[in-house]
Design a protein around this ligand. Structure first.
Ligand code: F0G
Length: 456
C-alpha cells in the first residue's frame, strides 16, 4: 500500500517561533511549570488539545464571508439546521457557543437533586455540569477500558450489566437520561462499538430512560466502527453515523472537535417538551434560537465542517496520523495507553517514570520535559487533574497517570509528528534523570488550569 498522505494542500500558514532549550527553561520557570500558563507563541508544537484548534478549509473560510448575521431567521441557521438534522435525524436543533453550554442547558432541564446521570465516562465539563445541577454523575467503563496496556477494539464501551444493575438499584424514575460519549475521551479516545450503543439503548428502552450521545468525536468513532466492527467494512461512514444516532433520543456536541471549527456546538433532541424548556434557557444564557451563542458565520463553518468530516480520505488520514505516532512510540518502548485513540496518544506516566510516585506528579514531570526538550505542549491527565485530598491531607490519586498528546485536525504534517516522536523518545531515554514536582499553589476547583509547581 502507498503512503497515506494528508488529503489537503496548504494555502495559508502560521509561522512557528523557534526557541532554544535555555529559553524554554526560562519560559517554564516563569509559567510555574504549568503548560496552561505558557503563552501560546512560545509553543512550537501545541498538543494541549484537539478542541477548537483545527484548520478550516477554504470552503469553511468562504462560509465565514457568506454568514447571514440577522438576529432572527438567518439563512445560515437554516443551512446549519438542515445539515445537523440530516446527520442526527433529530427533530429539534439548538445551537450553543460550545459543548459545555449544551451540557449546562440539558442538565438544567433534566438534572437536579436526587437524580443520577450514567455515562460510559463523563468528560470533566459534563461531570461538572451534572454536579452543578445537583445530580450525581456515574461512570460505567468496561473492565478492559481501564487497563492501559490491553489492546482491544472498543475500549470506550459502556459496561451494560453494571449500568442495568445501577438502574435497578436507584430506580429508573431517578435517572432522567443516560449518556454515551463517543469516542470516550477520558477513557483514552477509545471508540464505542455500534453493538454497544444499540444494546445500551435496548436496556434503557426497557426502563423508559432516554439515551443521549456526547457526540464531539462522532465521525472518528464511526470510522473506527467501519474499520473494526464486523459487518461495517463496506458501509459508507455517513450511514454508520446515521445508525449510531438512530439509537439516541438526543445529543450534545462540541463543534470544536469533529465539526472542524474553532468555536461552536449544539444540543439536539426528539422530545418537544425538553426542546421547549431548553430553548427558553437558551434565550436567557446563549441567545435567540436561530443563533444560540454563535454568529451566522460560525453556523456556516460548522455546516461545511460536518460535511467535510465524513470524507473517508480525511478520516483515513486522521486516524492513521494518530496511530502513526502511537506505533512509532511503542516500537521504541515508550509506554502508551493502547491502542492509539482517535484524537490523541496518551503516554502512560506510571510505566514511563515508575520511580516517581503519584504524589510527586510523574505526568507533570513528562509534560515539563517535553516542553523543555522540544517546545511541545501536552497536558497531564492524572493526579494533577483529578487528584483529591483525603481527610488526613494525603493525596487520593486516580487509577491512571497519563500525559495526553492531542492532535489538532489538519494542522500538523508528518514531519511535525516525526519531530514529536524524536522528542518523546529522547525524553524517554533520559528518564532516569527526571524528577518529581510539588504543587506550590492550587485553586479549590479544577486546579490543573492555574496550579503552580516547583521541581523536587
Ligand atoms: N465532551 C467531551 C467528550 C469533550 O472532549 C469536551 C471537550 C466537551 C464535552 C466539552 O466541549 O470544550 O466545547 O465545551 N473537550 C476538550 C478537550 C476541551 O481538550 O478534550 P467544549
Amino acid at each position: 500500500m502507498k503512503t497515506i498522505i494528508e488529503p489537503f494542500k496548504i494555502k495559508s500558514i502560521e509561522p512557528i517561533r523557534f526557541t532554544t532549550v535555555e529559553e524554554r527553561t526560562a519560559i517554564l520557570e516563569e509559567a510555574h511549570y504549568n503548560p496552561f500558563l505558557i503563552h501560546a507563541e512560545n509553543v512550537m508544537i501545541d498538543l494541549l488539545t484537539d478542541s477548537g484548534t483545527s484548520a478550516m478549509s477554504a470552503k469553511q473560510w468562504a462560509g465565514i464571508m457568506e454568514g447571514d448575521e440577522s438576529y432572527a431567521g438567518a439563512r445560515s441557521f437554516f443551512r446549519f439546521e438542515k445539515v445537523v438534522k440530516k446527520l442526527t435525524g433529530m427533530k429539534y436543533i439548538i445551537p450553543t457557543h460550545q459543548g459545555r453550554a449544551a451540557e449546562k442547558i440539558i442538565f438544567s432541564v433534566v438534572g437536579g437533586k436526587g437524580k443520577f446521570i450514567p455515562n460510559n465516562t463523563h468528560f470533566d465539563t459534563t461531570r461538572a455540569n451534572v454536579e452543578f445541577s445537583g445530580a450525581v454523575a456515574v461512570d460505567f467503563p468496561t473492565e478492559e477500558g481501564t487497563r492501559p496496556e490491553l489492546i482491544a477494539d472498543f475500549k470506550g464501551n459502556m459496561n451494560i450489566p453494571a449500568l442495568e444493575q445501577f438502574i435497578q438499584e436507584k430506580g429508573a424514575e431517578n435517572i432522567p437520561v443516560c449518556f454515551i460519549t463517543i469516542t470516550n475521551n477520558s477513557g483514552g479516545g477509545q471508540p464505542v462499538s455500534m453493538r454497544n450503543i444499540r444494546e445500551t439503548k435496548e436496556v434503557l428502552k426497557r426502563y423508559g430512560i432516554p439515551l443521549y450521545i456526547d457526540a464531539c468525536r462522532f465521525a472518528e468513532n464511526a470510522f473506527f466502527i467501519k474499520k473494526r466492527e464486523e459487518g461495517y467494512a463496506n458501509t459508507p461512514v455517513a450511514d454508520i453515523v446515521h445508525e449510531m444516532f438512530s439509537y439516541a433520543d438526543g445529543c450534545t456536541m462540541s463543534a470544536k472537535k469533529d465539526a472542524i471549527v474553532n468555536m461552536g456546538g449544539f444540543l439536539a433532541m426528539n422530545d418537544e417538551a425538553i426542546a421547549s424548556s431548553a430553548r427558553n434557557l437558551l434565550i436567557i444564557t446563549e441567545g435567540f434560537p436561530t443563533y444560540g451563542g454563535l454568529a451566522g458565520r460560525d453556523l456556516e463553518a460548522i455546516a461545511q465542517g460536518l460535511d467535510e468530516v465524513l470524507d473517508e480520505h480525511y478520516l483515513t488520514y486522521r486516524l492513521r496520523s494518530v496511530e502513526y505516532l502511537g506505533n512509532k512510540l511503542t516500537e521504541s518502548g515508550v509506554p502508551i495507553l493502547q491502542p492509539p485513540g482517535g484524537h490523541a496518544i496518551y503516554l502512560d506516566a506510571k510505566r514511563f517514570l515508575p520511580a516517581i510516585s503519584p504524589d510527586q506528579y510523574p505526568g507533570q514531570s513528562i509534560v515539563v520535559e517535553l516542553f523543555r526538550q522540544g517546545g511541545i505542549r501536552s497536558v497531564e491527565i492524572g493526579s494533577v487533574m483529578f487528584g483529591t485530598y483525603r481527610a488526613d491531607g494525603s493525596l487520593q490519586s486516580p487509577p491512571m497517570e497519563l500525559v495526553r498528546l492531542a492532535i489538532p485536525r489538519r494542522v500538523y504534517t508528518q514531519s511535525h509528528i516525526d519531530y514529536v516522536i524524536e522528542v518523546v523518545i529522547e525524553t524517554f531515554e533520559r528518564r532516569e534523570a527526571m524528577k518529581g514536582y510539588a504543587i506550590t499553589y492550587e485553586a479549590p476547583q479544577l486546579r490543573h488550569f492555574t496550579a503552580q509547581f516547583a521541581p523536587l
